[in-house]
Design a protein around this ligand. Sequence first.
Ligand code: AMP
Ligand code: GLY
Length: 423
Amino acid sequence: MNILIIGAGGREHTLAWKLKQSPKLNKLFVAPGNAGTAGIAANLPIDVNDFEAIKQLVEKESIDMVVVGPEDPLVKGIHDFFLQDASLKHVSVIGPRKMAATLEGSKEYAKKFMMRHNIPTASYKSFTSDNFEEGLLFLESLKPPYVLKADGLAAGKGVLILYDLAEAKNELRDMLISAKFGTASSVVVIEEFLSGIELSCFVLTDGENYKILPMAKDYKRIGEGDTGLNTGGMGAISPVPFVSQEFLEKVHKRIIIPTIKGLHNDELPYKGFIFIGLIKVGDDPFVIEYNVRLGDPETEVVLPRIKNDLVELFDATAHGKLNSIELEVDERTATTVMLVSGGYPEAYEKGMEIIGLKDIEGSIAFHAGTRLNEEKVLTNGGRVMAITSFGRDFREGLSKSYQNIDKIHFDNMYYRKDLGFDL
Ligand code: AMP
Ligand code: GLY
């Protein structure tokens, strides 16, 4: 089978690494990819949202399956684009259609979906510029902290948590009236603050059948002790030590089953990953958000633990046959530590040479923001590389990752040295 992966991050390098292990794979392409994917697949300099260029590539290279990494092309309807084109509709696309991708593309849509299907989540109200004054009154009726969410995609910056009422009111004005996040904040969801510990749950579904992948926890804040600005993710571990069998059953019964049934009842065909952002409040799971893709860096610990042939899993997903597959999971713990450019998640420089990669032993370096310049590997983004290791527990895994990180260097390299501190 010839497969094209869309995307350029650590998630896509991990997908490529895992697909590459399958005897069913013939040719592998990544668009646009990074220095890591260049070593195991053919990178093609195509933008993830340039559907016409993707179409030409799929036709030229006789691609049988397209695996979509990031949310943007899904929310823009890449799967529908394939279904509507006579010369593309035989190609399997892993990733939901536009309508279902709205679960990530619109917070309000996701909230309504959860309410309709009785899925536990924070209570909420949504506002536009038309009922802005009501929004102010609603804020007054709540206790701090206040959670304000821009409805649309805002590059991970659209959620604000504020402790001061006046500040919350100002932010609501900025979002609704001054279009702080452009059209993404023309609707704002204000919701109840939930206090607990977060974790990521991934489900692969063909629309009818589903497989629950191993749970993971990521570390979102830039600073040690979970302080400072939010990032895309500074590291991850899987499994999550505080997830008991009992908690898992609650997630399954109260969240996963109603989500799959809800998609079905709402006539939202879905072939791909559902990423359920969970928060454990006391002993009960609540949904913080849905994403319609794999998480990054969670992928760098979840996929290495899956023993199945990923081409087989995806083929079964595309053809509605996931029930014919038994998921096999490695018992060991996987951990990953993200190396980032100094300054990230604010301004940072690119183009630093990365050295020491050849000396890594017993860990895997999944590239995120990197590019090749002849023989050299250069930094090309804020999150540069995820160093994944296996261990009997997260401490052993992390210690291997940290030992290997000691051998890697680029100017202004930064990473968190305290992952697992809270467990
Ligand atoms: P989201 O983009 O919806 O995942 O929100 C980003 C982050 O904001 C989440 O990972 C949580 O840490 C936090 N957050 C979102 N909603 C809530 C909530 N209702 N209560 C507490 N924290 C929240
Ligand atoms: N690590 C969180 C995300 O991928 O959205």
